[in-house]
Ligand binder design. Structure first.
Ligand code: CTP
Ligand code: MG
Length: 218
């Protein structure tokens, strides 16, 4: 199923604490963003790449990817805003939204995600939760959640483009800000998103400690 990849790189990586955007950090001779771009460039049903970066990184990103990305645009204040800007450039009926901060992408997972899109208008990669997750109040533990009912979402997430645009517009009107797009679909449409199994190696670079793990994974 042909799709547009919307690759998000417009954050600042504040939690990692570098004085530059974390997705520009180099691991094994490539910068984090290269891994996602190269994956989608090679994946046969990816027919269009929309790359969303920050104002600050625009010149560097444009010089590096002008020949591989169909659109290179400046993102927004929030991740959700960056997705929305990317969506407005996408041409295909199906879009895959990917956080470039997840540089490891397993092509078998993308195959499965695309298969799921044949029958689902909103789907995500996700992995079972392995830690015990507990609700807290201050520093007190109040309730252990049932692990069998929990799943940790990854990206890419795949959508019917028209549906995603519609829920983004509704979210903007209600001033609702989500950290992922399946949340918007659940809240602002009657579609129930699905998931397919992701890969634990597709971790998100969030803190400095993640660098050492990615050095091994990539
Ligand atoms: N992102 C984006 N536009 C934003 C914020 C985030 O495109 N305004 C992207 C990031 O570049 C990243 C992905 O969304 O690839 C996931 O966000 P996150 O891990 O939170 O990255 P940052 O926001 O850059 O990091 P932090 O929250 O630590 O500042
Ligand atoms: Mg962030």
């Amino acid at each position: 199923m042909d799709f547009t990849a919307i690759i998000l790189a417009a954050g600042s990586g504040s939690r990692v604490g570098f004085d530059y955007n974390k997705v520009l950090h180099e691991i094994k001779g490539k910068i984090i963003l290269d891994y996602s771009i190269e994956f989608f460039q090679k994946y046969p049903s990816c027919k269009e790449i929309v790359l969303v970066c920050s104002d600050h990184d625009f010149n560097f990103v444009f010089d590096r990817y002008r020949s591989v990305a169909d659109h290179i645009i400046i993102g927004g204040e929030t991740r959700q805003n960056s997705v929305y800007k990317g969506l407005n450039k996408a041409m295909n009926d199906i879009v895959l939204v990917h956080d470039s901060a997840r540089p490891f992408i397993n092509s078998a997972c993308i195959d499965a995600l695309c298969d799921d899109l044949e029958s689902s208008k909103a789907t995500t990669l996700a992995v079972p939760v392995t830690d015990t997750i507990v609700r807290k109040s201050g520093n007190r533990l109040t309730k252990t959640l049932d692990r069998n009912e929990l799943i940790a979402l990854q990206t890419p997430q795949g959508f019917d483009r028209h549906l995603l645009l519609e829920v983004h517009r509704k979210a903007m009107k209600s001033k609702y800000d989500a950290t992922d797009d399946t949340d918007l679909v659940r809240r602002f449409s009657d579609v129930m998103p699905s998931y397919v199994m992701g890969d634990y190696r597709s971790m998100k670079l969030t803190t400095k400690d993640d660098i050492a793990l990615l050095e091994v994974i990539l």
